[in-house]
Design a binder for this molecule. Structure first.
Ligand SMILES: O=c1[nH]c(=O)n([C@H]2C[C@H](O)[C@@H](COP(=O)(O)O)O2)cc1CO
Length: 176
């Protein structure tokens, strides 16, 4: 009973996550095709709150009122999200800011960097990695799916302390 119920719960949890995807907008749109690939794959794992980031048609005017609305909406989405995935190859102030706020909110974070760009990732991102809550992965474009699968499969569902009977023995061991 325990063994059959728990994997189902875990799968349901994985497919229903709220995912905040970060990618450069005003920092430069050169990598938008990679953002599309990532967003497409992320949908296997839940809903992507920031789908507009990967929209090649995205146009924004940059008015003060508009910017405040974008900022407040995005901070609210960050708060709601279960996990943050950021493509950090193209440097972006907004993405850096989002990551800093997300660290403060103690969110689970995956940063994806492509060394083939010949850029060097900021020390404030590479140096924030702890391999647990803040993960930085070097990857190439053709590895998008594999890298995301590995990351999401490594996530553990939140502990349901009020529902201990549904914890699979394997998970219970992992939580110890
Ligand atoms: O129009 C926008 N909409 C929006 O959601 N953002 C957020 C999401 C992106 O992950 C990030 C991009 O920041 P930047 O524009 O500084 O590159 O900021 C940023 C802008 C423009 O700065």
């Amino acid at each position: 009973y325990l063994i059959t119920l728990s994997p189902t719960r875990t799968l349901n949890w994985r497919g229903r996550m709220k995912i905040y995807f970060c990618g450069s907008i005003r920092g430069g749109r050169e990598d938008v095709h990679v953002y599309q690939k990532i967003t497409h794959k992320l949908k296997d794992y839940g809903s992507v709150l920031t789908e507009h980031v990967s929209d090649p048609e995205l146009r924004e005017d940059g008015t003060v009122e508009g910017d405040r609305a974008i900022h407040d909406r995005d901070v609210d989405w960050l708060q709601q999200s279960d996990v943050i995935v950021a493509e950090v190859t193209q440097p972006s102030l907004g993405v850096g800011y989002e990551l800093g706020r997300a660290v403060d909110m103690k969110k689970k974070i995956l940063c994806l960097f492509r060394p083939s760009s010949r850029r060097t990732l900021s020390a404030m991102i590479r140096g924030a990695a702890d391999g647990e809550r803040f993960v930085v992965r070097d990857y190439s474009e053709d590895q998008v799916e594999q890298v995301l699968d590995e990351f999401f499969m490594s996530l553990r569902p939140p502990t349901l302390s009020w529902q201990p009977a549904y914890i699979w023995p394997g998970e219970a061991l992992a939580l110890l």
